[in-house]
Write a protein that binds this ligand. Sequence first.
Ligand code: NAD
Length: 253
Amino acid sequence: MFELQHKTALVTGAGQGVGAGIAGLLAEQGALVAVNDVDAERAEATAAKIRDAGYLAKALPFDVTDYEQVTAAVAAFARKASPFDVLVNNAGNAGSGAFRPKPFRASEPEEWRRFTDVNLFGVMNCAKAVIEGMSSRGHGRIITIASGSGVVGQAIGVSLYAAAKGGAIAFMRHLALEMASEGITANTIALGMIDPATSGRVANHTKKLAARIPVGRTGAPEDAGALCAFLASDQASWITGQTIHLNGGSYTS
Ligand SMILES: NC(=O)c1ccc[n+]([C@@H]2O[C@H](COP(=O)([O-])OP(=O)(O)OC[C@H]3O[C@@H](n4cnc5c(N)ncnc54)[C@H](O)[C@@H]3O)[C@@H](O)[C@H]2O)c1
């Protein structure tokens, strides 16, 4: 039902995890998918996997935190392949490596900026890069992958991440108002716990976490992909400015 044939989608941070699942689902629905990641090898690996499955994908590596890189890559893709009808802002960091959770009082301003750069400014950089083209064609879909922690207090140690994701949620809500009359929708997915085995995170608490999710399992990247496919479709033209909680029924408000 949610066909994306003749649509071109950019999925950021799609070299692994949630983004790879979203890119795969959009491609299965017929979209040409630009697979972005800051890690070029990962981007190419995801794009190759999608092509091997018989769908359309090209790697498009760049760093979403670098506005010059973002605009250059988006313009080059438009020249060589197609402008973007769909943007999925997925690149972010949910808590690995330099982004490990820690209490605010133990954090430093440099770390605050690191979280905000990727989880908020990355969203703005990519939105800015695609929005004029979408506006000139009178059609566009912008979807941002945020987190339930951007809406409700969830855990100790995630204040920096939650602040950036909460900022992205507020940004998207107002972007939706600005662009609604031009055929561009802007929606956010407040994502719950995805199976760590699908991403770069450590799977240490998976069973305990799954037990707290009403449907009894952690999410799969394809759960996010299915919602993105719907939001990206023509059928979703009356949905904008929304924050949709995708979390297996976990408490959200
Ligand atoms: N996994 C979860 O349980 C969960 C829950 C809620 C929200 N989220 C959100 O979903 C998104 C994906 O999470 P994930 O678990 O798949 O993460 P992940 O760390 O497994 O994958 C993220 C990908 O983004 C890439 N990336 C990081 N910084 C980038 C940058 N500056 N430019 C381009 N690419 C960059 C990484 O190289 C990586 O391949 C994130 O925005 C995360 O905050 C995840």
